[in-house]
Every structure is written in C-alpha cells, then in structure tokens.
Design a protein around this ligand. Structure first.
Ligand code: ATP
Length: 476
C-alpha cells in the first residue's frame, strides 16, 4: 500500500500553480504587507474580479465586513501583525458587481524558518447556498412554531394557520383589529386570544355586544353616565371604555350600530377621550380596540350605512375568519374537541362519531359554522346511547339533503363568485348528493348503489323512509 507522503517534496510535478488551480475553493495569498500575490480561478469565479485586476492590490479591496473599516490598511491586520496564527470566520466580501457575498474565510499565517511572517494563505468557501437554506429553515421554523393553535382555538388547516399568524402579529402591537367573518366562525375566541397573547393580558378584556344595545343605551354603556343624567341614573356609573382602561375593549357586531353612535365612537377611537353622559369632564383612556362583525362593512360604506372614516379607523389590522366550509379538513378535529368538551361537562365517555355520521357532518355546508357544529354535537349527546354518535343522533337539518342545501346561505354566491378550482368540487359534490327529482335520475343513482336502497339513503344522508317517500312521489 502506498504511504501518504508527509511532505510534498516527492511530488516534483506538483507546483503551487497546480495546487491553486485544482483547489475547489477560492484561494488568495497576500504578502507581509497585505498585498495580493496569488488569486486562483475559483476566486475569480466567486467574486467576478479577475486576477489581473486584483494582483498587487491591498487585500482591503475585498471590503470584508469582518475586517472592520475597509479603508484601514491591511498591515493593521492582527494576523499580519502576528497576533493570530489562524482564523476561520464567516464574513461577506464585495464582488465585482458591488454585491456582497457570504463566505467562510479560513486564514493561515505563512512564516519562514525563522518565524518571520511572510504572508497569509486564505481560503474562501461560498456560503450562498447555505444561507439560502438557513433562511428557508428559519421561515419553516417560524411556521412550525405557529402550528400550535392559541388556547381556545382548534384547527390545523392552512386557513387557520393564517389566522394564528395574524393573532401573533396583532398581539405584538396595539393596532386596532377588525375581525370579520360569518357568524360562529370564532371571532370572539380570536379577540380573546389576541388579548391573552398581548402585553395587556393582565388588564381587563371588556366585551360589548353592540347589537344588543339601543342607541341611547349604547352611549351610556360605552361612556358611562353621571347621577341624574337621565331618568333612572341614580348614581354615577363608569362606562365600558373606562372599565377597559389599560386593557382591551372588544366591540362585537360593530356593523349594527347607528350612524349617530358611529360618530361618537369615531371620536373615542381617534382621541381615546370621551365624556360620561350628562357630564362635560373629559376622560382619557389607554385601550386596545378589537372590533368584530359578520357584515360586509365595505358594502355598508358604499350603501351609506357605515361611516367611511370609522371603517378605515377600525380596519387597521383586519383578520378574516374562514367559514367552516372552507376548512372542512378541520372538522374531525373540531368534532373530537367538542366530544371531549361535552364528555367533561356531562361525565359521559362517548368515543367519537361513526362513519355515517362523519360523512353527513362532512357533507353539510354549516351556515352557522363552528357554533352550529358545537350545537350539533351537544344535540347528539342528548340522543346518543352508545359509545359512538350515529347518523340519527345528529339534528334533522343535517340529515335532510334538501334542507342541507336550502340552508346554505351562500350557495348561490359561491357558485357565482368562485374562480377557485378547489371550490368547484364542493358545489359538484353538493349537486351530486342532492335528492334526485326525476325517475330516471333516481334509478341511475340507485343503480350506482347496486340497487340497495339503504346504501342510497346513506349516500344521500337521509333515512330510508325518505327514500320510500320519494320513490312514491316519482311513481316508482
Ligand atoms: N376554532 C375554534 N375552535 C374551537 N371552538 C371554536 C372555534 N371557533 C369557534 N368556536 C366555538 O364556536 C362558538 C362560536 O364562537 P364565537 O362566538 O367566537 O363566534 P363569532 O364569530 O364571534 O360569532 P358571532 O359572529 O355570531 O358573534 C363558541 O362556542 C366557540 O367556542
């Protein structure tokens, strides 16, 4: 076996030139004054600077960000001054087009037999690929961290991931948040999550349901009143804005307030100042405002029902809550969540839903979103006597295909507006599952189920008597 030589003296064909050319990294050699004396081809490729352009020039031509001031003379370099013998640093050097290049720079000192420094050999490894990967990993890492839903929220769909990211961002600021989305999508839950994740978490979170208050009541509820301000005002009473001082006020159903109340609200949101009803003394509060609505506020602005200035004041940081239809993948998780919840409350031990029930739940369009699902599971707890919730434990409207589609609020809107290919299968599924309304269609569907009426009933999510009734209607 050939012994590996300790020195290169045996290899008479190996010149410094060959070495420089074959090394896959960039190599630069500088003399004792820090002037460039060798510059290999890889170095040319890396920096775009040719050998002729750099040779003889001081090495600070590289503008290395770790060498301190690039105008500093190279002979101030600690390595050339003998303070360090080798060094490995990550740094950035400037290339021919002016851009900076991340590299790993390994430097070794060359000394003669008397120990006098003759210069430095420097190897440069391109770190662009590594940096790109690092960046991708950090983005992934950030997403990964946000995968865990905040307390009170269930769901892992990408639509909910976007909501979690927004919660995270909103919590880190004091910006006014507008939560919008259909009823029952979890707007109040999100408002709580933002408050609890924010620096105001130890201060109050005060909720106001604007739709539940008349115009006069709303004013006194929000701003408070002084004794004698109106009949029944027997003592001074602070309003919700005062109670929320230092914390968060959650104005739910903001789209339901009158134009006059909108004007009063605008002033508080702009100046954080208000007067109690019947008083002229201004009160100043430090609050974060979160608003929510299931209405299309933009349309309301266009229709003159909502003040444009207030609209822009409250939608500083809008968060759209997806409907349950748009995140059906989360449904099994939500079902489990609610079963566990009602098991805890009732002391029962229901283990889950059977396949038929799950199929029905997945097929329904959930106009009432998560709240409706929660109610459906609560309903099932009343009727279910087994360990598994079955189809007939679910509320009637979920099982009736005709009702299922009639109940869907945006069936038409969805059909009209969707350009998203992913949405089409939902509509097609819905149509294909509809109860057939001609004898031919009925027969074709029955044939698809191998003539088995129970199977057909299951597929349509109805009971067998509904099948019999429809057959009778169709004269079959
Ligand atoms: N992501 C979720 N995870 C778990 N439970 C949820 C989720 N979203 C909503 N819920 C539940 O659904 C119900 C309705 O939620 P919430 O009141 O937050 O909806 P909302 O959008 O504010 O409704 P509305 O517009 O009618 O006021 C609550 O009981 C809540 O616990």
């Amino acid at each position: 076996m050939n012994r590996c030589p300790d020195s290169l003296t045996d290899l008479d064909w190996l010149s410094a030139d060959i070495l420089l050319r074959t090394i896959p990294d960039g190599v630069m050699v500088v003399d004792a004054r820090g002037h460039i004396r060798a510059w290999n081809r890889m170095m040319e490729r890396l920096t775009g600077l040719t050998h002729d352009r750099v040779c003889g020039k001081p090495c600070n031509i590289l503008h290395c960000n770790q060498c301190g001031d690039p105008r500093k003379l190279p002979d101030e370099c600690p390595m050339l001054r003998g303070e360090l013998d080798e060094r490995s640093i990550e740094c950035e050097i400037r290339s021919a087009d002016g851009s900076f290049l991340p590299v790993l720079r390994n430097v070794g000192v060359i000394r003669d037999q008397h120990g006098t420094i003759k210069g430095l050999v420097e190897c440069f490894t391109d770190l662009r690929k590594v940096k790109r990967l690092e960046q991708q990993l950090s983005v992934l890492g950030e997403k990964e961290l946000l995968h865990e839903p905040p307390p009170g929220l269930t769901g892992r769909s990408s639509a909910m991931q976007d909501v979690y990211r927004s919660i995270h961002l909103a919590a880190a600021s004091d910006a006014t948040v507008l939560l919008h989305g259909e009823t029952g999508t979890g707007k109040e839950r999100v408002a709580e999550a933002i408050h609890h994740a924010s620096a105001r978490r130890d201060q109050p979170l005060v909720r106001v349901n604007c739709s539940a208050l008349s115009e006069t009541l709303l004013e006194s509820e929000l701003f408070g009143h002084v004794k004698g301000a109106f009949t029944g005002a027997v003592q001074d009473k602070p309003g919700r804005f005062e109670l929320a001082n230092g914390g968060t006020i959650f104005l739910d159903e903001i789209g339901d307030i009158s134009l006059l109340s909108q004007l009063k609200l605008l002033r508080v949101l702009q100046e954080r100042t208000f007067e109690r009803v019947g008083d002229s003394k201004p009160h100043h509060v430090d609050i974060r405002v979160i608003c929510a609505t299931h209405r299309d506020l933009h349309q309301m602005v266009l229709d003159g029902q909502f003040r444009e200035d207030l609209y822009y004041r409250i939608r500083v940081f809008p968060i759209l809550l997806p409907s349950l239809r748009e995140r059906k993948g989360d449904l099994p998780l939500l079902v489990t969540h609610f079963i566990e919840h009602f098991n805890r409350i009732t002391g029962r031990t229901i283990a889950g839903v059977d396949n038929e029930a799950l199929h029905c739940l997945m097929d329904y369009c959930w106009p009432g979103n998560v709240r409706e699902l929660e109610n459906a599971i609560e309903h099932a707890f009343v009727t279910c006597r087994d360990k598994l919730i079955g189809l007939f434990d679910l509320p009637m409207e979920l099982r009736m295909v005709e009702l299922r589609h009639a109940y869907c609020p945006d069936k038409q809107r969805l059909a009209k507006t969707t350009n998203n290919a992913a949405d089409h299968p939902r509509l097609d599924d819905a149509k294909s599952n509809a109860m057939p309304d001609s004898p031919e269609a009925f027969k074709a569907l029955l044939a698809e189920c191998g003539g088995n009426r129970s199977k057909l009933a299951r597929r349509l999510g109805v009971d067998r008597t509904t099948i019999w009734r429809r057959m009778k209607q169709l004269g079959l």
